[in-house]
Design a protein around this ligand. Sequence first.
Ligand SMILES: NC(=O)c1ccc[n+]([C@@H]2O[C@H](COP(=O)([O-])OP(=O)(O)OC[C@H]3O[C@@H](n4cnc5c(N)ncnc54)[C@H](OP(=O)(O)O)[C@@H]3O)[C@@H](O)[C@H]2O)c1
Length: 329
Amino acid sequence: MEKVAVITGGNSGIGFALAQRLLAEGVGEGETVRVCLACRNVEKAEAARQSLMTDNPGSEVDIVRVDVSSMASVKAACAEIERRYECVDWLFCNAGLMPVSGVNWRAFWPPTPSNLGYQLGTGGDLLPVTDWQTSDGLQQVFSTNLFGHYLMVQELEGFLSAQTRDCHVIWTSSVTASRATFDPTDIQGKNSADPYAHSKRAVDLVSREINTRMNQKGIYSSTTCPGLVATQLTYGIMPQWFWSLILPLLLLLRICLPSMTMTATSGAEALLWLARQQPSSVDHTHKYLSRASVSGHRYVDTEQIRGAEELSAEVWKQLETLSRTLSSS
Ligand SMILES: NC(=O)c1ccc[n+]([C@@H]2O[C@H](COP(=O)([O-])OP(=O)(O)OC[C@H]3O[C@@H](n4cnc5c(N)ncnc54)[C@H](OP(=O)(O)O)[C@@H]3O)[C@@H](O)[C@H]2O)c1
């Protein structure tokens, strides 16, 4: 049986590694995966497609153009997905953005083991994030990491609930979400000191609400964290050469911090693991974390998503209102 995986941001980093692993390692006996790279840059997506098809001869890889920070683009992409496929088995909400303006080295002070663990394990106060407005008048980080994907689920809801198989919406969130001071009245995180962590917290809440609202329709949702992975996203924090320089140290830190997955292949572990599960059998109150041991062994751990029951319906309502307001303007 052929199953379909739509991956936003599938042209690079963790999304690309996931596509590679879905094609190379598969999801279950007798099942093949057709990958749809949902990307904003068609040139990059085409290069990724060629690379996947060279590595996995005979595989089917499609491209749908989408800029998740543009409502019009998301709507057009969803219409295209509905036209092309009879069924979408996985919608990987993976595209993401963390525009940082440098590293706040002072966050390592005091250099206690617990502060070092906190800063390295969650990003702590290390990374001041910058933000700006999209052409829809939304905050870019919110729009990319959350709103565009929320809109995708909304747009595809009728199609996904009418299909014969369940759909698993799988988000690439982050453990930074757990430290976000989340204000549901500032849904876009305009006043947040860390709009990235804010957006990822909202992702976890929206994922929970999808389960509340859509499980009966055969639509399930889970969130993940890939760990710390050296990708284009993290090269915005420090240059690639610096990551290469400190890599041995970070790999050694896996003794106590298995979240140092470092490679996109390892970072995709939780995403792949979830794709192999029956969506209805997954505990959606937990986040699934990619891990790697010091010997390089990959595995998946879980973390409870705390405080979601009080906030998720409220966040959903805010997004619905925003979506209605923008659609009518
Ligand atoms: N790397 C980490 O340590 C880490 C940790 C926790 C969570 N994450 C999450 O992992 C996900 C993947 O990131 P990554 O580390 O693999 O970084 P990456 O290599 O930079 O990949 C990000 C992907 O998102 C795409 N994207 C960004 N804005 C977009 C938009 N407006 N419309 C469509 N696509 C857009 C990028 O497309 P272009 O190639 O066109 O820019 C790229 O394909 C993100 O959600 C990120 O927040 C990463």
